[in-house]
Design a protein. Structure first.
Length: 333
């Protein structure tokens, strides 16, 4: 058996003719090493988990693709958890993953104040991504939401819009807070009021985005431009304008948050609309890739106690890109 192990794991030199006989026997018997026993012996599973609030979201799917490319290249497998944006389910999944002894966890919190204590108590390396709790200073990879929203709003102001509405995201979530902050700062810097009737919470959902758009466009003095803070709410906004017979951009400009590729042909989803949508593009793949690299480096440091913990508390912010297309134009005269 030691000879078989040496051949399979390439641990030591075995005579070529003997190694070949072992490989033939392994293939004939369809032998596979016992990974559970190996994990117990080495005290590592080479499995990392990714927990996200909505696995069906194209944004989170692209994040997962980036994370998986990195982990696979380093010999790790990924377990995926969908919390459905439910903090109770998120907590249950974290506890279940701890019993499976995963080596580390990537987490996009479902709640503004997630319970990270179970991970800390078990000394399980983790990295947050996309969203972070207030006051958090640990490892995380997010986008520059406030700056991106500021630039997007400046674009609308630069076109001449003064009555600008915003459909905001889920209350308390850092992405929603930061995007609203960027919007308010751009309006304030331009000396424009943020009218309360022009601010509507869409909760990052299509139905709420639709309801917000209906409410905004039925105001006695509707906005001439609307900034929608994620792709689902933008879909609801587009549907509402279509039902109301309101033309974009001649009657109202649309600027959305999120831009991603659909299908195998590499088309941006925003270019499939008419008019093509002006959007803020998040580097979703890079978020997943960077978060996975950070997590694997933290896992390796836990295996080498003598290694100094350089950068153990680090929030990495990646830049977004404003993609100007056809859905934004000067306001109607």
């Amino acid at each position: 058996m030691p000879t078989v192990s040496a051949v399979i794991n390439a641990k030591r030199h075995v005579r070529p003719e003997l190694a070949e006989r072992v490989r033939q026997a392994v293939e004939a018997l369809d032998y596979h090493p016992n990974e559970l026993a190996r994990s117990l012996r080495m005290q590592r599973t080479e499995i990392v988990a990714v927990i996200m609030p909505q696995i069906a979201s194209p944004f989170f799917t692209e994040v997962l693709r980036g994370a998986e490319d990195v982990t696979r290249s380093q010999g790790y497998s990924i377990v995926i958890g969908d919390s459905s944006a439910d903090p109770t389910e998120e907590s249950r999944q974290i506890k279940a993953l701890l019993t499976r002894q995963v080596d580390g966890i990537l987490l996009a919190p479902a709640h503004p104040a997630p319970d990270l204590q179970p991970l800390a108590r078990k000394h399980i390396p983790f990295v947050l991504f996309d969203r972070i709790p207030a006051g958090y200073t640990g490892p995380a990879v997010v986008t520059n939401n406030a700056e991106a929203a500021f630039e997007a709003t400046q674009h609308l102001i630069g076109l001449g819009h003064r009555r600008i509405g915003i459909i905001t995201g889920k209350p308390g979530i850092s992405t929603a807070i930061e995007r609203a902050e960027g919007f308010r700062k751009a309006m304030g810097d331009a000396g424009l009021p943020v009218r309360s009737e022009y601010v509507c919470c869409g909760d990052y959902r299509l139905g709420e985005g639709y309801a917000c758009a209906m409410a905004l466009m039925k105001l006695p003095e509707p906005p001439t431009a609307i900034f929608s803070c994620n792709y689902e709410m933008t879909l609801g906004l587009v549907r509402a304008l279509s039902e109301l017979g309101i033309a974009c951009p001649t009657q109202v400009s649309i600027l959305g948050f999120d831009d991603f590729v659909v299908g195998m042909d590499g088309f941006s989803w925003a270019t499939l609309f008419s008019p093509k949508l002006t959007t803020v593009a998040q580097p979703a793949y890079e978020i997943g890739k960077t978060a996975a690299q950070l997590l694997l480096s933290r896992i390796e440091r836990t295996r080498q106690p003598s290694t100094e913990e350089s950068g153990k508390a680090s929030i990495i912010r990646l830049r977004c890109e404003l993609k100007i297309r056809e859905s934004t134009a000067p306001p109607p005269s």
